[in-house]
Design a protein around this ligand. Structure first.
Ligand code: F6R
Length: 595
């Protein structure tokens, strides 16, 4: 959701910024823009649509040694050229890009900017106009930035160019992600490390309220009051090769196929040769002593949390609740003393989860973040972190992060009270079962053709753990193929929703839980009798003649890890057949950095 890239250095700035923006495409966007400081002036190019559209409008010989770029995911004002970033102050002196939301933009317009003429509908333009006013008042940009931060309410990562300072790039951060990259004869900034990884592996973190001044030679960081901060760089453990699609048409296909390897990598990272789990004892003690565990997350990560609750309650016997992060702060349940929180987030940047984390930390509770991104906001602000080791997930639809989340949750739950299960063996079985499912892709393509090539509605149903997979299956299908899909508890369908079943409505039953298998089959018959086009995805030991997809058996607790693969593939092929933009579905952002 919105991507920022900036560079100050020895030329080739345009190429670096455009490449960085392309790398950030996965975050989701609807328009893009770039500003280049030519030494005398700042040239701005902006377009609605893709970066490829933007490129067509930038003269081939345009370049600079200072520039900023942006991909916008509209919040204030429709996607359009006039609302695209960068935005400039009316006097033309300042140019900036912004990720985040300014909550008091209306009040700022009324109080300070009633005489300004706005060229867009964005909250971002409020920032740049206000900042220009503050520069006039205080005389210099750093002092104006300090004053600006006292007036802004909300989230903002900013990259700012001052026409009068062709050798300086400014960065400001509050609640939205922004990293500074340290290069050899250039310095960089970006919404995440991936945008700069082919230039540097060394990064400075910026904390909320801090700003930075970058020149080609140096990076200086200051706190909210303007006091200089001494900070070391950290090295990002990302391989630039992870960003390549390899032989695959789409990142989603690559990432689905990576899942067996990810499970094996997690086994290596978390289980030693003596079969002991390598999770920090402090984390385990905190969880073991918790009276109640609250799992908070959004979207796919929330679905992982639903399974995680079962793992913790079954293997560690600690009462566990799962909440949508976006609801939690506004609808807070009773939290008994001695409770502990687990945040699950692939990106570690989801604003809803972050708001909940800030709220519970203020109440004095401890938090563990399970994330794929080391150094991400949710990781830094929690007491503890467990990493997913899934490698960068670029496709907007989360696949390998979900299975990695389930695996890390299972390992953690089992380690809390040394649950008697050979996890290394069981998870290795999962990885092998996943290998076999990945080999079945032609079957999934045919099924998608048969069930999802046309029609606008579909259902996934299941019971117990299968129900949680049905929720994830529905999210996957709807987000990339735009088929309206519901994931349903199989037994609940007849209490109202069965009214939606028509001749040909696809209903896929997930059957991996022995004790409810027959019930789910009965529910499938009920909908088939009303015209539904039914299919089954079944574990081998529960299979019957006529089942549609049969997958290898694994330990019953870990069936969600394998059941989810066929539904991911089905979603992929449904989107493919319908000619949808698989890796960058409409309206969606990978990293949802606004509440
Ligand atoms: C769906 C998907 C989203 C994310 C959600 C939370 O495929 O990717 O539903 O799961 O936006 O994101 P994270 O896990 O980064 O907090």
């Amino acid at each position: 959701m919105c991507g920022i890239v900036g560079m100050i250095g020895q030329g080739q700035t345009k190429a670096m910024i455009l490449k960085g923006l392309e790398t950030l495409e996965y975050r989701g966007y609807d328009s893009a823009g770039i500003a280049l400081h030519t030494g005398r002036a700042v040239d701005v190019y902006r377009e609605k649509g893709r970066i490829a559209d933007l490129k067509k409008h930038i003269p081939t010989d345009a370049d600079a040694h200072l520039g900023i770029g942006h991909t916008r995911w509209a919040t204030h004002g429709r996607p359009s050229q006039r609302n695209s970033h960068p935005h400039q102050s009316s006097n033309g002196r300042l140019t900036l890009v912004h990720n985040g939301v300014i909550e008091n933009e209306k009040q700022l317009r009324q109080e300070y900017l009633h005489d300004s003429i706005f060229a867009s509908d964005t909250d971002t333009e409020v920032i740049v106009q206000l900042l220009a006013q503050l520069v006039e008042k205080h005389g210099d940009l750093p002092t104006a930035i300090i004053a600006l931060q006292q007036l802004l309410h909300g989230s903002y990562a900013l990259a700012i160019i001052d026409r009068e300072q062709p050798d300086v790039l400014y960065a400001v951060k509050n609640k939205s992600p922004l990293l500074i990259g340290k290069g050899e004869e250039a310095n960089y900034l970006g919404s995440d490390a991936l945008a700069m990884i082919d230039k540097t592996k060394n990064f400075y973190e910026l904390n909320d309220g801090e700003y930075a001044i970058l020149t080609a030679e140096a990076v200086e960081i200051f706190d909210r009051e303007g006091k200089k901060i001494i900070r070391e760089t950290f090295e990002a453990q990302i391989d630039a090769n992870d960003l390549a699609k390899g032989p695959f048409k789409h990142y989603m296909m690559k990432e689905m196929n990576e899942q067996p390897a990810v499970i094996r990598r997690i086994i290596q990272a978390y289980i030693n040769d003596q079969n002991e789990t390598l999770i920090d004892q402090q984390i385990l003690t905190t969880l073991r002593n918790a009276k109640r565990i609250f799992i908070l997350a959004a979207g796919t990560s929330y679905h992982a949390g639903l399974v995680g609750k079962q793992y913790i309650e079954t293997m560690a016997q600690i009462p566990t609740e799962v909440h949508l992060a976006s609801e939690f702060v506004y609808n807070m349940p009773f939290i008994p003393e001695g409770s502990c929180f687990i945040f699950i987030s692939q990106s570690g940047e989801t604003a809803d989860s972050r708001a909940a984390l800030v709220a519970i930390r203020e109440l004095g509770f401890e938090a563990l973040t399970i994330t794929n991104v080391p150094g991400s906001t949710l990781s830094r602000e929690a007491n503890y972190t467990l990493l997913l080791h899934a490698g960068p997930e670029i496709a907007v639809a989360s696949t390998k992060a979900y299975t990695a989340q389930l695996t890390v949750l299972a390992l953690t739950a089992a380690a809390i009270r040394n649950y008697d299960l050979d996890l290394k063996f069981e998870l290795a079985r999962v990885a092998t079962a996943m290998d076999h499912i990945c080999e079945m892709h032609e079957q999934f393509e045919m099924l998608a053709q048969n069930y999802f090539s046309h029609g606008q509605h579909a259902f996934y149903i299941g019971r117990h753990l299968d129900y949680f997979v049905a929720l994830e299956a529905a999210l996957k299908l709807k987000e990339i193929s735009y088929i309206h899909t519901e994931g349903f508890a199989a037994g609940e369908l007849k209490h109202g929703t069965i009214a939606l079943i028509e001749e040909g409505t696809p209903v896929v039953g997930l059957i991996a839980q022995a004790k409810v298998a027959n019930h789910t089959r009965s529910n499938l018959q009920e909908v088939a009798a009303r015209g539904a086009h039914t299919a089954t995805i079944v574990c081998e030991s529960l299979a019957q003649a006529g089942d549609t997809v049969i997958i290898d058996d694994v330990h019953e607790l870990f069936t969600p890890l394998v059941m989810v693969l066929p539904v991911q593939f089905l979603a992929y092929y449904a989107a493919y057949i319908r000619d949808c933009d698989i890796d960058k579905p409409r309206n969606l952002a990978k990293s949802v950095t606004v509440e």
